[in-house]
Design a protein around this ligand. Structure first.
Ligand code: C2E
Ligand code: CA
Ligand code: CA
Length: 706
């Protein structure tokens, strides 16, 4: 292989040129290629053995040779032109016939001015990226034009450099105005549309004072539109050359947000309303249980509990209003009650309905609650017309004052106990809680528990008290009196009958008494058809629709005539609105059974009503008998009771006769029968024959008969 440079000074660079990553070739003044490095070999695809000595034209496409030759010829011609010639853009021709863009740099070889070194660079890649850049630029401008944002570019000294069409449209700026580059005119046009022109101008000022700053703010138009304004510096390399403003019309979005905000506010209001409803009693509009509990807890949380009281109210006999007049009337009554309670308390107090006919009042700053309680009871007692009836609502109130230890549930329980006591004490009153009430309550629950199993445990027995007949001076009747023999002793009827009535247990107990009585007295009754046994019956029993049938079945099972049974009822039975009570009594009387009105004179029904009542016997209450001392005193009520009874054709029995004076006086008044300790105490069945004998002797001893 020929080494043309082996003897020239250039050769000292040979190794260097050979190793260069850039394609290099050396051309002599005649245009012949004298050197060709490995990188050039790779670029053109020619082997250098083949190329060396050939004209450089070999490396240029034929179509360009004429044009390019001139340039290449520069190096072969005028020595002044043999200066460095950089950045010639030509096309190269590869051995395989393909072309490529190349950039050629020419440098004279100083050691041999006739030679020139050409550095060739394949610029296909750069050409490609130039095309990509152009494409990108057109994309950017297309994007700019199609973007929803209006864009304005302003130079650093405040001149309009450009704007997209959207900008002009959004602001309604004509092309002419924009192209006029009269910035102050454009600014005036812009400002005129805004609600807060000063703020806009100030912002613009600020931003030009601080070229590097970015900002985002809202512009409000007089026509109701809202723009978002974004401003950022325009940079070229590191320096700021201007500012780009972009505007976005967010009117629709703002409106949607406003609507959403309004809707949310409305929802919140509704939620608030619902929350309020959740704390209101729907019928009366008073606070409900939940709200009351909240307020009570809150009140109790205060350091000073003086002045805090709870009044628990339960309407008296509300069930009757509901039963007799219907639920709507009941509701009206509850509403009226709420209306009356509110004015009785102060603005800081709470009146709540707990449910049913139960109300509760929380007083938070009342030194003495008693007058308030009295006011409440009085306010309710005022009559009001409901469905054509004059009603006088009564209320039983339990009062408890907060002390330093009681929690809300304790307070409520104590108020409840006091209320219960107010009911037991005769209703329509307020009772303040007292610890004794707790004991009473415990005893009551204990009593009820025991009563539940009394019948099945055989603890119910019957004692009998002889009743002497004045006409025959003999015992023709006995009264059956229930006894409850508990393991720890005898419990008197007055202690458990009310509880038995309240719980309904009286039905089973009453039946037990009747069954035992029939069984035990059947032999005595059979001996004489004039003999009879009196059994006490409570209104609760008569309210049971099957009561009359059961009585008749029990009698016939024991083989006892109806005429030998007397049912003792109290006046309250005839006040009970249940219509089948009188129907049952009528049915029983139809079977010969007699009805006695017990405790006569103690009730509050007028004597005048006596004639309407289906009874056969009046039992003058012990309280009228006990006032007889000498038998000589003037007792007009007792006398008129006797007259009335005779007049109505009822037989009269006097009970509680303890002295001969009482007996004589009662007999003088025309009582047909007498009953009391004077003749005999109530005795267990085994002692009854002896008691009857004793009683008979007693009346004979008195030596008085009518
Ligand atoms: P009551 O029907 O008025 O019964 C008369 C009560 O007076 C009985 O009390 C009797 O022991 C008492 N007594 C009799 N003679 C005298 C007397 O001379 N002086 C005094 N101070 N008291 C006398 P007891 O047995 O305690 O009965 C009380 C009440 O219990 C009865 O009053 C009656 O209302 C009720 N009761 C008793 N047994 C039954 C029953 O089987 N069923 C129902 N529903 N109530 C009953
Ligand atoms: Ca009785
Ligand atoms: Ca009685």
């Amino acid at each position: 292989m020929t080494e043309p440079f082996s003897s020239t000074p250039v050769l000292s660079y040979r190794d260097l040129l050979e190793g260069s990553p850039d394609p290099l070739l050396m051309i002599d003044s005649g245009g012949a290629i004298r050197f060709f490095n490995a990188a050039a070999e790779r670029l053109f695809g020619h082997r250098r053995e083949w190329l060396l000595g050939r004209h450089y034209r070999t490396l240029l496409p034929g179509r360009l040779q004429g044009r390019s030759e001139g340039q290449w010829d520069v190096f072969g011609g005028d020595p002044r032109m043999r200066q460095a010639n950089a950045g010639l853009e030509l096309f190269g021709l590869r051995r395989d016939g393909t072309e490529f863009p190349m950039e050629v740099n020419l440098a004279p070889v100083t050691a041999s001015l006739n030679n020139v070194v050409a550095t060739v660079r394949d610029v296909s890649e750069r050409k490609r990226s130039d095309a990509a850049l152009r494409e990108a630029l057109s994309l950017v401008s297309a994007t700019l034009e199609s973007t929803a944002d209006g864009i304005l570019v302003v130079t650093a000294d405040g001149k309009i450099a450009g704007a997209n069409e959207r900008f002009a449209n959004m602001w309604g700026i004509s092309k002419d105005l924009l192209n006029s580059h009269d910035d102050s005119k454009v600014m005036a046009f812009v400002l005129d549309q805004l609600t807060d022109q000063e703020a806009f101008a100030a912002k613009v000022q600020d931003l030009y004072a601080d070229p590097g700053a970015e900002s985002l703010d809202l512009l409000h138009f007089r026509d109701g539109r809202t723009f978002e304004r974004y401003s950022r510096p325009q940079r070229v390399a590191e320096s700021i050359v201007g500012r780009v403003w972009s505007f976005r019309d967010i009117t629709a979005r703002t409106q949607a947000q406003d609507q959403a905000r309004t809707a949310l506010a409305e929802l919140a209001r509704q939620a608030e309303e619902l929350k309020l409803l959740a704390f209101r009693d729907h019928l009366t509009g008073l606070a409900n249980r939940a709200l009351f509990r909240d307020r009570l807890e809150y009140a109790l949380a205060s350091s000073d509990r003086r002045g805090i009281h709870v009044l628990l109210l339960d309407l008296d006999d509300f069930k009757e209003v509901n039963d007799v007049l219907g639920h709507q009337a009941g509701d009206e009554m509850l509403i009226e009650v709420g209306r009356r309670l509110l004015p009785c308390v102060g603005p800081g107090d709470t009146v709540a309905r707990l449910g049913g006919d139960e109300f509760v009042i929380l007083l938070t700053s009342t030194p003495d609650p008693a007058p308030v309680a009295a006011r409440l009871v009085d306010a309710l007692n005022v009559p009001f017309i409901l469905h054509g009836r004059d009603l006088r609502p009564g209320v039983s109130v339990g009062l408890i004052s907060a002390d330093d230890v009681l929690h809300a549930p304790d307070l409520m329980r104590r108020a409840d106990i006091a209320m219960y006591e107010a009911k037991a004490a005769g209703k329509n009153r307020c009772l303040r809680f007292h610890p004794d009430m707790m004991t009473a309550l415990l005893a009551r629950t204990d009593l009820e528990t025991g009563l539940r199993t009394a019948v099945e445990h055989g603890e119910i027995t019957v004692h009998y008290q002889p009743v002497v007949d004045a006409a025959s001076a003999s015992v023709t009747q006995v009264e059956a009196l229930v006894r409850w023999e508990r393991p720890d002793g005898l419990t008197p009827p007055s202690d458990f009958i009310p509880a038995a009535e309240a719980s309904g247990l009286i039905n089973a107990i009453g039946q037990e008494v009747l069954t035992q009585t029939c069984a035990q007295l059947q032999p005595w009754l059979l001996k004489d058809g004039n003999r009879a046994v009196a059994v006490n019956v409570s209104a609760v029993q008569l309210r049971e629709p099957g009561y009359a049938r059961t009585v008749l079945e029990t009698l016939s099972a024991a083989g006892i005539q109806g005429s030998q049974l007397i049912l003792e009822v109290t006046e309250s039975v005839f006040l009970d609105p249940a219509p089948h009570i009188t129907a049952q009594l009528t049915l029983l009387r139809g079977e010969g059974i007699r009805v006695a009105l017990d405790d006569f004179g103690t009730g509050y029904s007028s004597l005048g009503r006596l004639q309407e009542v289906p009874v056969d016997i009046l039992k003058i209450d012990r309280s009228f008998v006990s006032v007889i001392h000498t038998g000589e005193e003037d007792l007009p009520i007792l006398a008129s009771m006797a007259v009335m009874a005779h007049h109505l054709g009822h037989r009269i029995t006097a009970e509680g006769v303890e002295t001969p004076e009482q007996a004589r006086h009662l007999l003088r008044l025309g009582c047909h029968s007498l009953q009391g300790y004077l003749f005999s105490h109530p005795v267990p069945p085994a002692e009854l024959p002896a008691a009857i004998l004793g009683a008979t002797e007693r009346i004979k001893d008195l030596g008085i008969t009518l």
